[in-house]
Every structure is written in C-alpha cells, then in structure tokens.
Design a protein around this ligand. Structure first.
Ligand code: UDP
Ligand code: MG
Length: 322
C-alpha cells in the first residue's frame, strides 16, 4: 500500500523559540502514533526579524531529505498570505494549517485524519472549547463577532473555530482557486464548502515567545472578515435609503397639511433642521461604506502578487506545478 503524506503548513513570524519545538513534537507524533503516514513540514517564514529562518534552515538540513521545506517572505506579509503560499506549495494527500507555537496540539491530527479517511469528511478543524487565559472583553467581542458574521454573511463560522485544520487534497485545490488579495482564510475555508467536522479541544498556552496579535491587528482582521463576505451592509444601505425617502415623503405631506393651519411654521423649521442633520449624517455614513467596498475593488483590480518569496529550498523541479 502506498504511504500517504500529511503536509503541515506552518506560518511563522518571529518564532525562533518555537520552530524547533514544533518539529520535535510532530516527529514524535509520527514516530509513535502515525507510523503509517509520512509527514512533510512547510515553514513559511513571514519576514521574521529574529533567527527563525536560520533555525528553520538548520531543521531542514538535519531532517531526512525533502521532509522539511521553507519559504521565506521578503517582508512581513501576514499570516493569511503565509497560509496561501504554504498551501500553494503543498503536494501532500492531506494538508494541515498549524501555528508554530504548539497552541494547535499535533495529537489532534490523529482524530482529524480519522474523520477524513474513515468518516467521509473533506476537512476537520479544531474548535476551542474554552478561552482560558484570554480576557473577558476579548471573549465577549469574539462571541458577538461570530454572531454578526453568521447573520450577515453567506458563510457560517463556527464559534471558537481556529485556523488549525486538516484538509483533503481536493479541498486545498479549491481553496487555492480563491485568489483574492484581502484574504480572510477562515471565511474562505467555509465558503468553498465540503463537509467539515469540528473537534473540540482545550485552549493551550503558546510554547514560547509571545503572541503577534495587537488590538489593532485583531480589529483589522475582524473588519476584513465582515467586508470580505458580507453583502448585507450594502443591502442595508438600500433599505435605509428607502425608509428615509418614505419618511421624507410622509413629512412633506404633514408639512403641507400643517402649513394650512396657522402657528405651525417654527416647528416645521425644526423638522427641516432635524432632517438635514439626519440625511447629512446618513449620506456620510453610506459614502464611507461605499468607499470601503471601492477600496476592496481597487485592491483586487491591482492584481498584486499574494506573496513574495525572498528565498526557499524548493528546487524548480519539486515545486508543485500550477
Ligand atoms: N503569524 C504570521 N504572521 C504574522 C503574525 C502571526 O505568520 O504576521 C503566525 C505566528 O508565527 C503563529 C500564528 O501565525 O504561528 C499565530 O500567531 P500567534 O500565536 O501570535 O496568534 P495567537 O495564537 O496569539 O492568536
Ligand atoms: Mg498562538
């Protein structure tokens, strides 16, 4: 029987203290519990300023030929770009996306494989059951956020879902067809469909180093998720405009009727001021919204490359075609 290969895509940004630990943990898992499979790791160095790349090169040199690959970006382009680059270079029968900091327990791969090989799923993701070690505010925002995204967009996000997931080759190939620049990977995975199983696990603290997320980064990520998949804001704008027009029409009738009776004049001016403010505000708000979409159209129209590799250990021949 042919041995199947599981490939792990690992976005790594300033993870010098984690990449080695990650390799050791994965190797142990495959040596002991997943003996029937081969594994490959693709470290995507997302423009780290520490010694991540040197560490990864050493891991690649020490590992059996072809087991560890790396791609190093020309600068920090973000985790979403790193995931895309890794997936595009993958060739394995199964591909998993995993954080370098061991917050995504490699042992879950066993159940994930089972779901895909035996239970007929094309994808199996890890879902955090608790958010231990995370502030209450972050937790509340996260719950509210998933609620809003699920109501306003065509994609259904599972609360607590992480980026850790194992996919079948055919699902990865579909994900790669979505080449938009502003990538919200979680939404893209949900958008391509296929059956996904969610495995719950308990939150794990990162093995070493510190989190790369800032409040600003998280807000940007959240907005990106909404705007990439939601048409609802645009539709909402249309409804709002229609309601506004209707209100203005009714107001006009009332004004004409009121103007016929004496003494109603000052009140009418107040109403006009109110309406001016209302529609002024509305216009500005909706312009902002339209601008946001325009900005996205511009980003897509530019057709910039999704990522730029400075160096890698992929030879021309073993780079996956396409
Ligand atoms: N990461 C990346 N590029 C970035 C930020 C993060 O490739 O610009 C990687 C990081 O190295 C890690 C994963 O994305 O492997 C998750 O980042 P982190 O652990 O900092 O996020 P958290 O787990 O705190 O949400
Ligand atoms: Mg982490």
């Amino acid at each position: 029987m042919d041995r199947k290969t599981i490939e792990l895509v690992v976005p790594s940004y300033n993870e010098e203290s984690c990449v080695g630990l990650f390799y050791d943990a994965v190797k142990k898992l495959f040596d002991e519990q997943l003996k029937a499979y081969d594994f490959r790791i693709i470290y995507v160095d997302d423009g780290s300023s520490d010694s991540t790349l040197e560490k990864v090169k050493k891991i690649a040199a020490d590992a059996p030929e072809g087991q560890v690959h790396y791609i190093s970006f020309s600068r920090n382009l973000g985790k979403e770009a790193a995931i895309y680059a890794g997936l595009e270079h993958s060739a394995g029968d199964f591909v998993a996306v995993m954080d370098a900091d061991l917050q995504h327990p490699p042992a879950l791969l066993i159940d994930m494989l089972h779901a895909i090989e035996e239970e007929g799923y094309d994808s199996c993701g890890a879902r955090r059951e608790d958010r231990k070690g995370e502030g209450a505010i972050k937790r509340i925002f996260s719950v509210a956020y998933y609620h809003i995204v699920n109501r306003m967009t065509v994609v259904e996000l599972t609360p607590g879902s992480t980026d850790f997931r194992l996919m079948s080759r055919r699902m990865v190939d579909e994900v790669l067809k979505l080449t938009e620049r502003e990538r919200f990977t979680k939404g893209i995975f949900a958008w391509v469909g296929f059956k996904t199983k969610w495995i719950p696990y308990h939150n794990v603290e990162r093995a070493a180093g510190k989190s790369k997320w800032s409040i600003r980064g998280l807000l940007h990520y959240a907005a990106s998720g909404l705007l990439s998949f939601a048409r609802a804001p645009l539709r909402f704008a249309i409804y709002l405009g229609a309601v506004g027009l209707l209100a203005a029409f009714i107001d006009l009738i009332l004004l004409i009727a009121g103007g016929c009776s004496a003494g109603a004049f000052p009140e009418a001016i107040q109403v006009v001021i109110f309406l001016l403010l209302l529609f002024g505000g509305l216009t500005v708000m909706l312009l902002g919204l339209v601008g946001e979409y325009l900005a996205r159209i511009l980003a897509e129209a530019k057709q910039r490359p999704l990522y730029i590799i400075r160096e890698s250990n992929y030879g021309k021949s073993d780079r996956k075609a396409g």
